[in-house]
Design a binder for this molecule. Structure first.
Ligand SMILES: CC(C)(COP(=O)(O)OP(=O)(O)OC[C@H]1O[C@@H](n2cnc3c(N)ncnc32)[C@H](O)[C@@H]1OP(=O)(O)O)[C@@H](O)C(=O)NCCC(=O)NCCS
Length: 180
């Protein structure tokens, strides 16, 4: 399958080992990780390990990942993670959307544009039935994106994770194929 996706301004491409140095520069920014489940990278070995894991999860169809390219520069990453096809006799065909955009390129609609294309790819090319997403209650930028993308809120989870000595709530959304 060809995973490259073109949007009006962006090209989304599978991460490669060659992308490690550029991704490290972006992922070492502590502003990015306030609500994320990872810490900013202190060394490019951490980024190398991440890229190896992304490539391997894609090969096993457990997750799909795209570097977000603006002209000849990477500005972020968008993924469909935790892909679940079946549990015993139940068909699930679901995944979770996640994204980040380099702080110098935020506020220009890039996360929305990349996510829209990935949702379309997931529901059509990957034949997913449902895509979910969660954001920390305080993450207003992500809340705005979820609403613009047509996600419907289905849960407010209290004290879902602790980061920097504080518990945070998560707001969960779903988007179901043919119910857009
Ligand atoms: C969340 C994130 C991906 C947004 O990327 P982005 O490319 O700037 O997003 P977009 O420009 O597509 O959309 C951002 C929206 O948030 C809105 N927004 C920005 N600050 C806001 C605020 N304080 N309150 C409410 N809305 C806000 C913007 O106005 C925009 O909505 P609009 O187009 O309707 O005006 C980016 O901020 C980021 O990487 N954050 C760190 C990682 C992260 O939190 N990832 C998401 C985890 S759920």
């Amino acid at each position: 399958m060809n995973y490259t996706i073109k949007t009006e301004r962006l090209t989304l491409k599978k991460p490669r080992t060659n992308d490690v140095e550029e991704l490290f520069t972006l992922m070492s920014d502590s502003k990015l990780t306030r609500f994320l489940a990872w810490e900013s990278h202190n060394s490019s070995e951490t980024t190398q390990e991440l890229v190896t894991n992304l490539i391997s999860s894609q090969e096993q169809h457990k997750g799909y990942h795209w570097c977000i390219w603006l002209e000849n520069k990477i500005i972020g990453l968008v993924s469909l993670i935790d892909v679940k096809r079946k549990i015993r006799s139940w068909t699930l065909d679901r995944a979770e959307l996640s994204y980040w955009i380099d702080s110098n390129n935020q506020g220009k609609g890039f996360a929305t544009e990349a996510s829209k294309a990935v949702l379309d790819f997931g529901l059509t090319q990957l034949n997913l039935h449902k895509i979910i997403i969660a954001h920390a209650l305080e993450n207003k930028e992500s809340e705005s994106i979820c609403k613009k993308l047509g996600f419907k809120q289905y849960a407010h989870e209290h004290d879902a994770f602790k980061k920097n000595n504080r518990w945070h709530d998560l707001i969960w959304y779903e988007l179901i194929k043919d119910r857009l």
